[in-house]
Design a protein around this ligand. Structure first.
Ligand code: FES
Length: 167
């Protein structure tokens, strides 16, 4: 027989340590998984949203196109409706963000009768040229953002926004 006998005290210590560790791991693993889950998810960033706007109906006159997409914020999913000012410039389709670069109000096309060929922000009379360039002397300090666009089966798809590439 071996002389390395485990005392009753050691046996109890080992057993309690093992059971305690097992229970602690059982409690911590779901918490760690829960905390890391959003990080491990594949993000759908860069996805394009299909709109109900027919490409053929887009003219050189900017029109407001609404589009809805699912926004995932950690564990919370919600449908968000956004809009873009869309028009044709030659063969190219331009989609501009309606969010004013001053304080974030929504701009309108031809909203100021004195400047019918510009975007107009009613909050502080900010103005932008058709390509989104902010007009000097009005409050906005930068051009309207631009959306990436694609076509699918004759309909417009709107993608992520980016800094204006037209000005
Ligand atoms: S928020 Fe548009 S001009 Fe101020």
């Amino acid at each position: 027989m071996s002389n390395n006998r485990v005392s009753r005290r050691q046996f109890l210590s080992y057993t309690l340590t093992g059971v305690g560790g097992f229970m602690a791991a059982g409690m911590l693993m779901p918490m760690v998984r829960f905390a890391l889950d959003p990080v491990l998810q594949k993000h759908a960033g860069g996805d394009f949203v299909l709109t109900e706007q027919k490409i053929a109906d887009i003219t050189e006159e900017p029109i407001k196109v609404d589009f809805t997409f699912e926004q995932v914020d950690a564990w919370y999913k919600s449908d968000v409706t956004n809009a873009a000012w869309v028009y044709k410039s030659g063969d190219e389709i331009i989609a501009l963000s309606p969010v004013c670069k001053h304080l974030g109000c929504t701009v309108n096309w031809a909203g100021d009768t004195a400047h019918p060929d510009q975007f107009f922000c009613p909050c502080h009379a900010g103005r932008y040229e058709k390509n989104g360039k902010n007009i000097a002397g009005t409050p906005p300090l930068g051009p309207l953002d631009e959306f990436e666009v694609q076509e699918k089966d004759g309909y417009l798809m709107i993608g992520p926004s980016r800094a204006n590439t037209l000005v």
